[in-house]
Design a protein around this ligand. Structure first.
Ligand code: FE2
Length: 341
């Protein structure tokens, strides 16, 4: 898919010199997000600062990273914005970021949701939770991820491919929590209990529960929230017999992951990029950002979307979150060994 480009439009007419001045100040954001609200954020920021936000949308995180790598110092990207710590970690490892050096960010965003080397900050959170058919499964049966390998779930489990970063990051946190052997046994148990060969995205797993193909799925919180919040009746209907639990609430907490952003190493507009990220972590920016994607804000004083607040406040596996980058390569090898495709 070709990247779509738009420039936050100026609403008023400016004199030629004002326009020239305006054009001087631009921040270029390469993002895998694709929400109308991102245009609203860009417009708000422009209104406040006079800085244009040029958004380059690239569908796949891997595509975005390889493009910035290939463009080297010629890259126009000032900011890389993407989902999943696994992708942010890959960008860090590839040397694509420079330090954020912002006290606004370090004061506003809890350290658990920022890179320890200051190369990126989280902008919103997602929890990988368990969705289940509430006519056939009781919440206590799926209270822990470890429960999903029990024989009672044989032929009833739904989850996307282990090639996807969401499952790889989850596996990295399990590697940290239960070790290599624990992860291997868990992955084999999950594979043995699958209702069907892994296929589709997280929404497809939820749809498969509604269609009766399986009873329990591992999915990200925002997919559930989007279906519940949908204006489309069939989507709402789909959720009629589906409930969710945040797993591992009595032990390590649920697997949490982030959407985030960093300033690129070869950014031409560093000050503008920093200001835009500072705007995104402001309480107002956070609420618009999180609401667009039905994620949780990373700031404690910003409100989560109403559809998520109804689930309550989950306990999060913050220890695991910090170890995703470190354990991903080992975890991916274990997933392969377990035969989870
Ligand atoms: Fe997603």
């Amino acid at each position: 898919m070709k990247p779509i480009i738009f420039i936050a439009a100026s609403l008023a007419c400016f004199s030629a010199s004002a326009v020239a001045q305006q054009e001087k100040k631009t921040v270029n954001v390469y993002t895998t997000r694709h929400y109308d609200a991102d245009q609203k954020l860009a417009a708000e920021f422009q209104k406040k600062t006079g800085i244009n936000v040029r958004i380059v949308q690239i569908k796949e995180p891997a595509q975005l990273l390889s493009r910035v790598i290939e463009e080297k110092e010629k890259s126009e990207a000032d900011i890389i914005m993407t989902t999943d710590v696994g992708n942010l970690w890959r960008a860090s490892e590839a040397g694509l970021f420079q330090p954020l050096s912002s006290t606004v960010v370090s004061k506003g965003v809890p350290s658990a949701f920022r890179d320890s080397g200051d190369l990126w900050t989280g902008l919103a959170m997602r929890v990988r939770l368990i969705a289940f058919n509430n006519q056939k499964v009781k919440p206590e049966q799926v209270a822990r991820l470890e429960n999903l390998t029990a024989p009672e779930f044989k032929g009833r489990l739904l989850v996307r491919s282990s090639n996807h970063v969401y499952n790889q990051s989850l596996a990295a946190t399990l590697f940290a929590a239960i070790g290599r052997d624990g992860l291997l046994a868990w992955s084999k148990g999950v594979t043995a209990n699958l209702a069907r060969k892994p296929q589709g995205g997280d929404t497809d797993q939820i749809k498969a529960i509604a269609a009766g193909e399986g009873d329990v799925a591992i999915v990200n919180s925002y997919y559930v929230a989007r279906l519940l919040d949908s204006q489309n009746n069939p989507d709402k209907e789909l959720m009629k017999n589906i409930s969710v639990v945040f797993p591992n609430q009595k032990d390590r907490g649920a697997h949490v992951n982030l959407s985030g952003a960093g300033i690129t190493k070869h950014a031409k507009n560093v000050a503008e990029a920093r200001l835009f990220i500072e705007f995104l972590v402001s309480p107002a920016g956070q609420e618009i950002f999180a609401d667009a994607s039905k994620e949780y804000p990373v700031r404690a004083d910003a409100k989560a979307p109403a559809v998520l607040r109804q689930f309550g406040q989950p306990k999060l596996d913050l220890k695991g979150l910090a170890l995703i980058g470190k354990h991903t390569p080992d975890a991916v090898r274990v997933l392969d060994e377990a035969g989870w495709r």
